[in-house]
Design a protein around this ligand. Structure first.
Ligand SMILES: O=C(O)/C=C/C(=O)CC(=O)CC(=O)O
Ligand SMILES: [Ca+2]
Ligand SMILES: [Mg+2]
Length: 400
């Protein structure tokens, strides 16, 4: 407990996900317009209200989005976090500090999403999807164990947690002609997203990841499996995944996850030098996926085969630059056991095995009105728990 702090919120303790060890950044609107804030328990602390205590760093966080903060440097991110930690753990309320209950604010998409990339770094997910979608081929292609496979997605349809998702229309396989209409196989993908910042740079070595990854969000990569299954060869996912990608409203600083770092699993063969890490950048994040109130799976990010450092090194190794606001997602987080699978395509094994929700209700894919919430925690320093804020969304019926 930190009973000495001026912040009176029972959720603002080190054993709760949004205690002083986490301090994620977001943008809230309580009716007076968007303001950058840090989350303290179940309250938001708008940073404009403590600008006087932030000195020159105030300029980074007194606007209406996180964009100026993302464009700053790792040294500034660290200095701001240290200063905010002092402010929220002090006994006296800083002059002017406002605390707004989260229940009374709208949390907005906190930064301008620049480029969006989605990787495919769970071996379990890749093998399962291969078995389900391509039963007559090897589940993994030979490149998979040598590079983090990914594709460029659609930045403009990244939406904040709480945004409803309209069931997409599209083409799907038909005999003899393709059919068109609302997707009948709407799915989720539980993923972790990395929010980039710092100087615009190409060829980011794995050792520089913390200069370019500001923080972490949870991602739901909504996926229409029937649209995807018909369109995706040979160029990869396209309209089956570009209609909506949901992200948490709060960005947990990478620095808050220092206690969660773990090595990625050994690939069992040599790595090309640009993918070798001098320090481990895997993360022990424990996800939980709730479908209409029932927890249906608990994926573990520590099972992922590539780290954010390897993904960013790969993404930029050809000379492509990373810039503030770029978002890259890990790929669906699936583990070896059924209770750790990261999408309903796998959990229902291609729609063949119903998934039990509460009260005898079963599902294979999403129905209109269904709500999915993904949350996660990670081990913090000294036995504390660090939170990644939820990403939630409800499916609305397809447009007429
Ligand atoms: O194997 C395939 O054909 C496609 C699989 C996916 O749906 C991949 C995707 O979006 C990446 C991921 O989330 O792991
Ligand atoms: Ca995905
Ligand atoms: Mg998407």
């Amino acid at each position: 407990m930190n009973s000495a702090t001026w912040i009176e919120d029972p959720a603002f303790t080190r054993d709760r996900p949004f205690g002083p060890q986490t301090l994620p950044y977001g943008v809230v609107d309580d009716g007076s317009g968007p303001r950058v804030a840090v989350r303290v328990g179940d309250h938001a602390l708008p940073l404009a209200s403590v600008a006087g205590a932030l000195g020159e760093l105030a300029d980074l966080v007194t606007g209406t989005s996180l964009d100026p903060l993302l464009a700053a440097s790792r040294a500034e991110w660290s200095a701001l976090r240290a200063r905010l930690t002092e402010l929220v753990t002090s006994a006296d309320r800083p002059a002017g500090a406002e605390l707004v209950p989260l229940a009374g604010v709208r949390a907005l998409l906190p930064f301008t999403v620049a480029d969006y990339v989605d990787f495919y770094s769970s071996r379990h997910h890749a093998e399962n999807v291969g078995r389900i979608m391509r039963p007559d081929s090897d589940p993994l292609l030979p490149n998979w164990t040598h590079l983090p496979v990914g594709y460029h997605g659609r930045a403009g349809t990244v939406v904040v947690s709480g945004t409803d998702v309209v069931r997409p229309h599209g083409q799907r396989r038909g005999d003899p002609l393709p059919k068109f209409g609302p997707s009948g196989r709407l799915d989720i993908e539980a993923e972790v997203g990395f929010v980039c910042g710092g100087p615009v740079t190409a060829r980011v070595p794995t050792s520089d990841v913390a200069e370019h990854v500001f923080g972490v969000v949870l991602v739901n990569d909504w996926s229409a499996r029937d649209i995807q299954g018909w369109e995706y060869q040979p160029l990869g996912p396209f309209l089956g995944k570009s209609f909506a990608t949901s992200v948490s409203a709060w960005v947990t600083p990478l620095e808050a996850l220092a206690g969660a770092r773990v090595p990625v699993p050994d690939p069992g063969h040599p790595r090309l030098p640009y993918l070798v890490e001098d320090q481990p950048w895997g993360l022990d994040l424990r996800l939980e996926v709730t479908w209409n109130g029932t927890v249906v799976t608990r994926p573990r990010f520590a099972h992922m085969a590539y780290s954010c450092a390897q993904q960013l090194a790969h993404l930029t190794v050809n000379g492509a630059t990373v810039r503030p606001g770029d978002l890259f997602a890990s790929g669906t987080v699936s583990g070896p056991e059924r209770e750790r699978l990261g999408c309903f395509l796998e959990l229902s094994w291609g729609g063949r095995e119903p998934i039990a929700l509460a009260d005898g209700v079963t599902r294979t894919f999403l129905e209109d009105g269904d709500t999915v919430v993904i949350t996660a925690t990670a081990p913090g320093a000294d036995g504390s728990v660090v939170g990644l804020a939820e990403v939630a969304g409800t499916v609305l019926p397809a447009d007429e």
